[in-house]
Ligand binder design. Structure first.
Ligand code: DGJ
Length: 729
């Protein structure tokens, strides 16, 4: 039983295969956290409550609370204004202007399976895979009901959490914050790992020791952002990829977020995560509910690598959905870096013909096919085919591409509107804006108001028409700016601050409609590269464009950082031109292929203008992709090198779940003289087994490969790559 309630001790215990999570209902009905860490068998653990023997000089108790100080205790769900001075998860403002809240246990329910979260992405599972606990709580003073939801996925050592509130009081109330999780850990000697970046440099890794006080990452941009990702990890100072304790937290949400670790004066750490309370407020009429998004939490006692593998497994198996979830994705060629806005039907057909010869399977027409868009300054919202460019119309183009033998995909940026568009002329109020204030343009565009159903209906109608007009099998859904001047002329004042979240719900609604109407469609999310690379989007699209930086060497860091939380099977990754358009670096075609092969794989260059050698290279790469993609998609991923720690090399490995094969990928970044052989230790092989190195036929023991290592042949020059395939004999 993954979830048990020990009635006598009033302890809830949630077990995965290798971790346990526990909390206690006190006599006074407060919920106090007991433990999160490696598996423990017993439930009689109330001695682990953090009740100090010497009452410290801090606010202590009130009658309802029992013998605990709010400020010292490990609180299961922190509330505001009641002498727990750490970060609260829950705050309301009642009609008297009061904001103190409490959370008292009322009842609970344990059941197999997991319900959907209304309007939100969330993990899912069968009754055999997951068990759920709902804890019903209440604040008798303001009439709020708080439901804490926990779901346990034993196989991948994951526990998910979310919270829901319902106004069961006698008056409307303003919800000021509702975070999704609160975990009060017993120590402070952790490092915190976060992913930061900017456009074309997403998800670089930062690892710093926790210090007293609050340390957080967040977004107040309305979407996840290039700048900071909504994933954090805490690990031992000494934790490595393979040793030590590590906790991972990933928010299944795509809007403004807050993820914080706070160390208090007693050297304990509180982790909270959820929708950013910044500029947030939600009006709750009597009987209305608010559902906070889900957080995926995992614990690994076997290093940071295992933490990542747990997250990869839950996302691949229980978050990503739909037809393409477990399927090999078509090898695509996207015309963005090949032509930018400068293309027409003939150019696209030329690309398609050459691509077909090389073995590519799908042509994706990127930005610039609609309205009068010949640069990035116009036409967003005018989702009508520009027949000056797409001569003969879209159906003709798609039919011709299909006749050549390729599938066809198309780009949209549904969440945007250009002031220079027919749509804006007709509906200047359809963008997010504050009446009377200037509307800030980013990339010459405004954000269309997806909090409004009428606006969504119109845009969805256009997308549906386009997709129904021809045999379109893939959509790249782009989003190239973040929200500012958040307001509209529709909602009443007390609901204006809801727009941030209503907007995100609107995006989810649109993507859900798309997948319902076009269940075979392959959807790839994108946001100015990887600005909305989060677990929320993975519920809708099995792949996300990782970064506009397609340079193989830059991608080492981007893909390494992204892999801390997300599975490689969802990394949009393409082979592009050299010199690279972002950084001007010249890299071998082979290296670009090997790096892209660790993601979804495709091309983004003008295949009509490359050398015959490179055309041959594409054919060879496609053979390799076909051979190794099942392993990349389904295997366990091991980071071996660390591109942030050295500029000599990076290496990583995919190992089949049954350990029958392994693929080692190696990139020599800067060549060093007089270093002839670089020996790389493999990971995750089956001890006692022997593996044949496919390229040479030589057989090695798993122990030799893991303890001594495999010699990478000497590679001449910078940015060279090498792959080695091992098959268990
Ligand atoms: C940003 C995306 O990341 C690119 O791949 C491309 O689609 C452009 N937008 C098009 O404007």
């Amino acid at each position: 039983m993954p979830i048990v309630y020990d009635k006598q001790k009033r302890v809830f215990k949630l077990d995965t295969n290798k971790s346990s999570y526990a909390f206690h209902v006190t006599e006074s009905k407060n919920l106090l956290h007991l433990y999160y860490g490696g598996y423990i068998p017993e439930t009689d653990i109330t001695h682990m409550l953090r009740i100090p023997e010497d009452a410290p000089f801090v606010p202590s108790t009130h009658d309802g609370m029992g013998p605990h100080s709010f400020d010292c205790a490990a609180i299961e769900f922190s509330t505001s204004g009641v002498a727990d001075f750490r970060e609260p998860c829950f705050q309301v403002m009642d009609k008297y202007g009061m904001s103190a809240c409490e959370c008292y246990y009322k009842s609970h329910n344990i059941y197999k399976g997991k319900p959907k979260l209304k309007g939100l992405p969330a993990t899912y599972g069968t009754e055999d895979e997951v068990e759920t606990l709902e804890v019903y709580c209440a604040d008798p003073n303001n009439g709020m009901e708080i439901v804490l939801m926990y779901s346990v996925f034993p196989q991948c050592d994951v526990i998910t959490r979310s919270a829901r509130v319902c106004n069961k009081g006698k008056d409307p109330i303003e919800l000021r914050r509702l975070l999704s999780t609160c975990v009060d850990l017993d120590r402070m000697d952790y490092d915190m790992i976060t992913l930061h970046g900017t456009w074309a440099r997403e998800r670089h890794v930062e690892r710093l020791p926790l210090r007293f006080g609050k340390q957080s990452v967040d977004s107040n941009r309305g979407s996840t952002s290039h700048a900071l990702n909504n994933f954090i990890a805490l690990c031992d100072h000494t934790a490595t990829e393979d040793f030590g304790e590590a906790y991972g937290f990933s928010l299944v949400y795509s809007g403004s977020f807050l993820a914080m670790a706070e160390v208090n004066q007693y050297e304990k750490t509180r982790v909270v995560m959820g929708i950013n309370p910044y500029d947030f407020s939600w009006h709750l009429e009597i009987g209305e509910e608010f559902q906070a998004p889900e957080v995926i939490m995992t614990y690994s006692g076997e290093g940071i690598g295992q933490m990542s593998r747990n997250l990869h497994d839950i996302m691949r198996n229980n978050l990503i959905r739909g037809k393409w979830k477990d399927l090999r994705r078509p090898i695509l060629i996207n015309n963005w870096e090949a032509t930018y806005f400068n293309f027409d039907t003939e150019k696209l057909l030329d690309i398609a013909r050459e691509a077909k010869k090389a073995g590519i399977e799908m042509l994706v027409m990127d930005d610039g096919w609609f309205g009068h868009r010949n640069d990035d300054r116009s036409s967003l919202g005018d989702w009508f085919v520009n027949e000056d460019k797409i001569k003969g119309g879209l159906k003709y183009l798609v039919d011709e591409v299909n006749k050549i033998g390729l599938k066809f995909g198309i780009w949209f940026e549904p969440e945007m509107i250009s002031p220079d568009s027919e749509l804006y002329k007709e509906h200047p109020d359809w963008c997010i804006h504050i009446p009377g204030r200037p509307r800030t343009l980013v990339r010459s565009q405004l954000v269309i108001d997806f909090s409004r159903e009428d606006v969504r209906d119109y845009i969805y109608g256009r997308i549906k028409d386009i997709l129904s007009s021809a045999n379109i099998e893939y959509v790249k859904w782009d989003m190239n700016r973040q929200l500012s001047e958040v307001g509209n002329e529709v909602l009443p004042p007390e609901r204006q601050r809801e727009i941030w979240h209503r907007y995100v719900l609107g995006v989810y609604d649109m993507q859900e409609r798309l997948l319902t109407d076009f269940p075979d469609l392959l959807l790839e999310n994108c946001a100015g590269g990887g600005s909305r690379f989060d677990a929320g989007m993975l519920y809708y699209s099995p792949q996300i464009w990782t970064s506009d930086d397609t340079d193989a060497i830059e991608r080492l860091k981007i893909q390494y950082g992204t892999s801390l939380c997300y599975p490689c099977s969802c990394f949009g990754a393409h082979v592009s031109d050299s010199p690279n358009h972002c950084v001007g670096r010249i890299t071998p075609f082979e290296t670009r292929g090997h790096v892209a092969m660790s993601g979804t794989f495709g091309y983004e260059l003008d295949v009509t203008r490359i050398s015959d050698d490179d055309k041959w290279n594409i054919r060879k790469q496609i053979e390799e992709f076909n051979k190794y993609n099942p392993l990349v998609r389904t295997g366990d991923y091991y980071r071996i090198g660390d591109p942030f720690a050295n500029d000599r090399f990076d290496a990583w490995e995919f190992v089949a779940k049954d350990k029958s094969e392994a693929l080692l990928e190696y990139v020599q970044v800067l060549k060093e003289p007089s270093v002839f052989l670089h020996r790389v230790k493999l990971k995750g092989l089956m001890k006692g087994a022997y593996y044949r190195h496919e390229q040479t036929g030589k057989v090695y023991s798993a122990e030799l490969l893991m303890n001594s290592g495999f010699d990478i042949p000497s590679l001449w020059g910078d940015f060279r790559s090498y792959i080695a395939h091992f098959v268990k004999v």
